[in-house]
Design a binder for this molecule. Structure first.
Ligand code: ADP
Length: 259
């Protein structure tokens, strides 16, 4: 059972993780309508088998783990990581495919302080990577006019990376402030492995990963930051990164404050 699942996961991961390379997919996502539809449909279709893998692994873990050798247990953990990575990849592909569709920009007024605190608490509770996330913000609520769900997604993408690319014991912070009267600044800071200067200009390109082996091991496909950029572009904002290898990284998002 485990071997069969392993083989299936391997095939899927080769198809999705490796063949969907930056070079092959970039023009597909960016260009023609039919290709966008293909990406959306294919991603959608892949969600079912991935959910089945995920559920099967849970059953296996519940019922068989105590009887497994340490090798099988390790293999099971690796399969769970692969499935998690595939889930993320498919959800990112779906998001990108949807973003190509012409749609109006939704805006609602909400407190970014409250959203940042809520998102931080949710991340702290993630059982596979618990972490304390400090939110440093002015005491008054900073109100933003944007799609709350999209801004939450943006925070989640940046927090996910901050946690993925730093040690379990190292701190992660969200800082909120304003720049003049018209700009909100959100900084997500970690003290992780950092990013070499040569990679910084390409970080927001689709499928770009600093070091393929490292990111793959961490479960990344190189799509998260391109989605983060799409979101900030959508709201006429900006995103950039400052990093020192070995010391950590700060992602800085600027969004216009609309009255
Ligand atoms: P991935 O899914 O691979 O994390 P992203 O688009 O989110 O894709 O990030 C692109 C690459 O940028 C990552 O593969 C990683 O190498 C690097 N990266 C992103 N965030 C950080 C961070 N906080 N610290 C170090 N490296 C990072």
């Amino acid at each position: 059972m485990l071997a069969l699942l392993g083989l299936a996961v391997f095939i899927l991961s080769v198809i999705m993780g490796e063949r969907l390379s930056r070079k092959a997919l970039k023009p597909v996502i960016q260009n023609m309508e039919s290709q966008k539809k293909f990406i959306a449909d294919a991603s959608h279709e892949l969600r079912t088998p991935i959910s089945i893998f995920s559920a099967s692994l849970e059953v296996l873990e519940k019922e068989e783990k105590s009887k497994m050798s340490s090798f099988s247990r390790e293999t099971l953990e690796e399969l769970k990581d692969e499935v998690r990575q595939m889930k993320t990849l498919v959800s990112h592909l779906l998001t990108l495919a949807k973003e190509q569709e012409p749609q109006g920009i939704h805006r609602e007024s909400f407190s970014i302080n409250e959203l940042a605190r809520k998102t931080a608490r949710q991340f702290e509770q993630l059982s596979h990577n618990p972490r304390t996330i400090k939110v440093i913000a002015p005491s008054n609520d900073l109100m933003v006019k944007a799609d709350r769900g999209r801004i939450k997604e943006l925070l989640q993408l940046l927090l996910d990376n901050a946690i993925k690319y730093s040690e379990a014991s190292s701190p992660v912070e969200i800082r909120l402030k304003t720049q003049g009267k018209s700009m909100l600044v959100i900084e997500i800071k970690d003290e992780g492995e950092g990013i070499p200067p040569a990679d910084l200009p390409f970080l927001f390109d689709r499928f770009y990963r600093v070091e393929k082996g490292r990111s793959r091991h961490q479960g990344g496909a190189g799509l998260g930051l391109s989605i983060a950029k799409e979101i900030t572009d959508q709201y006429a904002g900006s995103i950039d990164a400052e990093s020192q290898p070995g010391k950590g990284t700060t992602f800085r998002v600027k969004l216009p404050i609309l009255a």
